[in-house]
Design a protein around this ligand. Structure first.
Ligand SMILES: NC(=O)c1ccc[n+]([C@@H]2O[C@H](COP(=O)([O-])OP(=O)(O)OC[C@H]3O[C@@H](n4cnc5c(N)ncnc54)[C@H](O)[C@@H]3O)[C@@H](O)[C@H]2O)c1
Length: 263
């Protein structure tokens, strides 16, 4: 690729991607509303509010691919979610259509399916069961990605990211953890694949405890290598995941358990 855009480049995953994806394009364009480190060689730092279509169109213009991380990454008021994740997401896709960008990684979330119970094994055809307004916004994003593939042929890897941190932070993340190495190898596969389509991919490492089945995207050839099991002993003293409380019953954990943000 000549130019790859990373939105949300000032955030956790954006900073990780900034340091790990330089080999994918001659130039990496980095964007956020938040502060970003100054640009270095091979980079273009372009501040932009995703809610501003004219600015997003300029941002996307000239990019061959997009890794779309920008947006509100946890639950918030509807107005905040609306601008960052709904209007912002739409702006990215419409700008991609108008400027000819053909391939996108969309950072969806396990919170699009967070009201499924933990005993249910999900795959790409499982029904959406969002656990929050944040989760609803990811369902919207997945639908826009699908529309722009079916109607305009813009390919998207819809990645329902589990928990992408250095290490799992609680026992739930033993099932949902995605290592940075595995995420990087997934993004590499997405941009290397001759044909991508618009697959739904569960973004989790090769964890022993697993709620998600990626067999329908085997054609991508992504093989996560890390396993959260090595961290299990860290959570030995935590209360057991027993009972019917929403935080332990549902895949979305605390997001499913929380009350409505607006209350
Ligand atoms: N980290 C995870 O484990 C995880 C899990 C599931 C989904 N995701 C998704 O992955 C993406 C990145 O996650 P993260 O952990 O890096 O989150 P983050 O909050 O650290 O980063 C998101 C970035 O988006 C930017 N942003 C927010 N609103 C914006 C707007 N209107 N215009 C431009 N930029 C805006 C923020 O300033 C922030 O820097 C998010 O979309 C999140 O929903 C992450």
């Amino acid at each position: 690729m000549k130019r790859l855009l990373i939105t949300g480049a000032g955030g956790n995953l954006g900073r990780m991607a900034r340091s790990r994806l330089t080999h994918l394009a001659e130039t990496i364009r980095l964007s956020d509303v938040a502060e970003m480190a100054p640009q270095t060689s091979g980079e273009e730092v372009v501040p932009c509010d995703l809610a501003d279509f004219a600015a997003v169109k300029d941002l996307v213009d000239g990019c061959d691919g997009i890794v779309h991380f920008g947006g509100m990454s946890v639950e918030n008021t509807f107005d905040v979610i609306l601008d960052a994740n709904i209007r912002g997401l739409y702006n990215v896709y419409e700008a991609a259509r108008q400027t000819g960008c053909r391939r996108i990684v969309f950072a969806s979330s396990n919170h699009a399916i967070g009201f499924h119970e933990r005993e249910t094994r999900l795959d790409a055809d499982s029904v959406l069961r969002p656990d929050s307004l944040y989760g609803v916004s990811k369902c919207f994003g997945e639908a826009v990605a699908r529309l722009y593939y079916d109607k305009f042929g813009i390919e998207t890897a819809i990645v329902r990211i589990g928990s992408c941190f250095d290490e799992p932070k609680d026992r739930r993340m033993l099932a949902t953890w995605l290592s940075a190495d595995d995420f990087v190898s997934l993004i590499e596969r997405v941009f290397a694949a001759p044909r991508l389509g618009c697959p739904i991919i569960y973004g989790a490492s090769d964890n022993d405890e697993s709620w998600w089945d990626n067999s329908k995207v085997a054609y991508l050839g992504w093989r996560p290598k890390d396993n959260a099991e090595k961290f299990r002993a860290k959570f030995a003293g935590d209360p057991p995941d027993e009972g019917t409380a929403p935080a332990v019953r549902f895949q979305g954990g605390g997001f499913a358990a929380k009350g409505h943000f607006e209350d």
